[in-house]
Design a protein around this ligand. Structure first.
Ligand SMILES: *Cc1c(COP(=O)(O)O)cnc(C)c1O
Length: 422
């Protein structure tokens, strides 16, 4: 057996890992004997930073002690609280601060963005989406079509080729060159939730723009995982949730990106509320609506501070680590996971995620031929937490912020034993 395929080697990698101490900054769920679960579902719900409680506690205390005065007098005044998140969030997605805001939830943000950026005309009205889009995105897009008087027939799908799992960007190029004159909007998942494929956003933007299509990206599986360089990619807009890799808690608020080129365009149609009205005159009431510049110009309501406090706790951690260092570890850790899976002597398992590290984040999707959900249940019974997607795919995310090489080794050992018994 290869030396790399030993517990000893895995432990050595943990000693060499400059980010290994960050694991202690998270609550890791434990079994009844007090052993840590092997948690590989940070792509669904990230674990809780130990600091989160303190951040939320601060706001609860300020609310208890100050009531409405907390808007101005809290340690972090609530009136501007969202601004405390902007710079760090912008860094994570490679954007300028004016391009980013934290607000609402992901699907809501996609709708608000489509209000502004899906503007169908008589001849240019179709929407293009990847065939394996996350269900919520697909429903959102289909409902926008319907809202404007169109139907599912006006939804164009970018599909993997026959017998393949991954998307081929040459196919997107072909669809857009042939049908682009009828397509108003491309809405694409930057990292596919199912295969883990990370697409070339800059190229997608260029392809869409070559036919004057608006290009929007869902970054739910990208944010805090890969480095999307949103500004340079030149996509028009993007949205993402923060409860997956950004560890901000179930159902927490989402992020929104609108490219700087649209920042000062006050004529873009959009929905309004008091929170996208000019901050300087917001409380004068009865002023004619005066929209804010940049991404803040899509806000509607004053935001939930308790949820924002959890996001702040997480973003402060990400800022301490930095995405460059996180990606560096991520590539090693996922590469190690991939290596160990490939070492399993079984014809039944295939990794469907791209093998090129530049075309994936940390997630590895494993297809297990002839398996059924029982395999997933057996993993869970041993406190190996993974995600099962019908018919036969296990999605696993060794999240670099809190997963060790030893855990990756142990997880694959358990999977290997189970496959022997199948
Ligand atoms: C997780 C996820 C969602 C969830 O949407 P919510 O509005 O946060 O419930 C939507 N789209 C994608 C691609 C996702 O990965």
């Amino acid at each position: 057996m290869h030396y790399f395929n030993t517990l000893e080697f895995a432990k050595e990698q943990d000693v060499l890992d400059v980010l290994s101490s960050f694991r202690n900054k998270f609550h890791i769920p434990k079994d009844k004997k007090g052993n840590d679960w092997l948690y590989f579902t940070g792509n669904s719900l990230g674990l809780q930073p130990k600091s989160t409680q303190k951040y939320i506690q601060q706001e609860l205390e300020d609310w208890a002690n100050l009531g409405v005065e907390g808007h101005f007098e809290a340690k972090n005044p609530w009136l501007d609280y969202h601004e405390l998140l902007t710079d760090k969030m912008a860094k994570i997605v490679g954007a300028k601060p004016i391009e980013v805001v934290v607000m609402n939830t992901l699907t809501t943000n996609l709708h608000l963005l489509m209000v502004s950026f899906y503007r169908p005309t008589k001849t240019k009205y179709k929407i293009l989406i990847e065939s394996d889009a996350f269900p919520s995105d697909r429903y959102a897009v289909a409902s926008q079509l319907k809202f404007h008087g169109y139907s599912d027939a006006d939804l164009i799908e970018w599909k993997p080729r026959e017998g393949e799992d991954l998307l081929n960007i040459a196919d997107l190029e072909m669809i857009v060159s042939e049908q682009g004159d009828e397509i108003a909007l491309l809405l694409i998942g930057g990292v596919n939730y199912y295969t883990g494929q990370f697409l070339d956003l800059k190229r997608i933007a260029a392809i869409g723009h070559s036919k004057n299509c608006v290009v929007g990206i869902d970054l739910a599986h990208g944010v805090g995982n890969i480095q999307p360089n949103l500004h340079d990619s030149n996509v028009d807009f993007a949205a993402w949730c923060t409860y997956k890799y950004l560890n901000s808690g179930p159902g927490s608020l989402a992020g929104l990106f609108v490219h700087e080129k649209h920042a000062k365009n006050k004529d873009l149609p959009r929905f309004a509320g008091w929170w996208n009205h000019n901050k300087a005159t917001r409380f004068n009431m009865r002023q004619p609506f005066d929209v804010m510049e940049g991404a803040e110009g899509w806000q509607l309501s004053n935001p939930p501070i308790l949820s924002m406090a959890a996001i702040k706790a997480s973003l402060d951690l990400f800022d301490e680590v930095g995405m460059d260092a996180l990606r560096e570890k991520s590539e090693k850790l996922t590469g190690y996971f991939e290596f160990l899976i490939n070492e399993i002597d079984s014809e039944d398992i295939t990794i469907i995620t791209p093998s090129n590290p530049e075309e994936r984040g940390c997630q590895i999707s494993i297809q297990v031929k002839n398996a059924d959900k029982n395999l997933h249940k057996k993993l869970t019974a041993q406190h190996v937490i993974t995600d099962w997607r019908e018919p036969d795919v296990i999605r696993c995310a060794p999240v670099p912020l809190y997963t060790s090489f030893e855990e990756v080794y142990r997880m694959v050992s358990i999977l290997k034993e189970l496959l022997k018994k199948e």
